[in-house]
Design a protein around this ligand. Structure first.
Ligand code: LP5
Ligand code: MN
Length: 241
């Protein structure tokens, strides 16, 4: 049967090998049967630049992605706030296609908008200022010019700063802002579905905007348990691994 899968927020890292194993298993057993796989960001806990490919921490993931794309499965990737430095070298090595955030796709007659989702958290002003800065090509060029171990050390500091800040931000601030959702949907001409991750609050929300009905699916993270969304001509279902 025709179907396409969506995942996000796996946060793969060498200190949680069980998640990497679960992802490998998901790719070979489940994703391999689909028409395509969309990874909507934060596949990795962090990505300091494409020279990380050869650092050895993600060899099995890179090999599994390559095997699947070589076998003919289309895999698409949208950057998350953790792995926005994934670049063309990663795409070439794995065969994954990088897509802009947001991107509009057609599947089984449905128009679907896909995004990581961090840009929707507009109440988190400190984060949006930070995001704007690190998404600039000049900033990225300077950052990537530093040696890999130095970049990783900076990211570790940033992770601590981010965790400290998150502990004092309210849950509301860190969720998608309803007006930002409305604006995004109207700008993209009211797609039937919006799929995103980032907030780690899996849910289905129905939005009625300017007489249009749009369903927003929020994907879950893989910290405790893997999960995915299945879109087929007969409907949408969520699955836990
Ligand atoms: O990821 P998550 O869900 O835990 O938190 C995000 C926001 N935090 C971030 C930061 C990342 O977690 C850190 C890892 C990114 C690796 C990127 C690679 C290269 C970049 C290198 C940059 C130097 O995205 C968090 C949001 C939360 O989502 C919910 O939406 O709230 O945002 C923050 O906490 C950011 C702060 O509010 C503002 C930034 C503070 C910057 C302080 C500078 C620290 C000095 C770093 C060393 C020079
Ligand atoms: Mn995220």
């Amino acid at each position: 049967m025709q179907h396409t899968l969506f995942i996000s927020d796996l946060h793969l890292c060498d200190t949680r090998p069980a998640i990497t194993a679960a992802f490998g298993d998901f790719l070979s057993r489940i994703a391999s049967q689909a028409d395509g796989l969309y990874i909507l960001g934060d596949l990795f806990e962090y990505w300091p630049g494409d020279d990380y490919i050869t650092a050895g921490f993600h060899d099995s993931t890179i090999a599994s992605l390559s095997a699947l794309t070589q076998a003919g499965l289309p895999i698409f990737f949208i950057h998350g706030n953790r792995d926005f430095l994934i670049g063309e070298a990663f795409a070439r090595t794995t065969g994954v296609t990088l897509l802009a955030d947001p991107s509009s796709i057609m599947l089984y007659g449905k128009r679907i908008l896909i995004s990581h989702g961090d840009a929707l958290c507009t109440d988190d002003v400190a984060y949006q200022v930070f995001r704007q800065q690190v998404r600039q090509p000049d900033w990225q060029k300077n950052f990537l010019a530093q040696p890999l171990d130095q970049r990783i050390a900076i990211i570790e500091q940033l992770r601590s700063a981010s965790d400290r800040e998150k502990s004092i931000k309210s849950m509301d601030i860190m969720d998608a802002n309803p007006d930002a959702v409305r604006q995004l949907l109207s700008k993209h001409h009211y797609p039937e579905l919006l799929i995103h991750g980032h907030t780690h609050r899996p849910a289905m929300h129905v939005h009625e905007i300017d007489g249009h009905r749009c369903t927003r699916w929020v994907l879950g993270d893989w910290y405790e348990q893997g999960s995915y969304l299945n879109v087929s001509p007969s409907g949408i279902t969520t699955h836990l691994l």
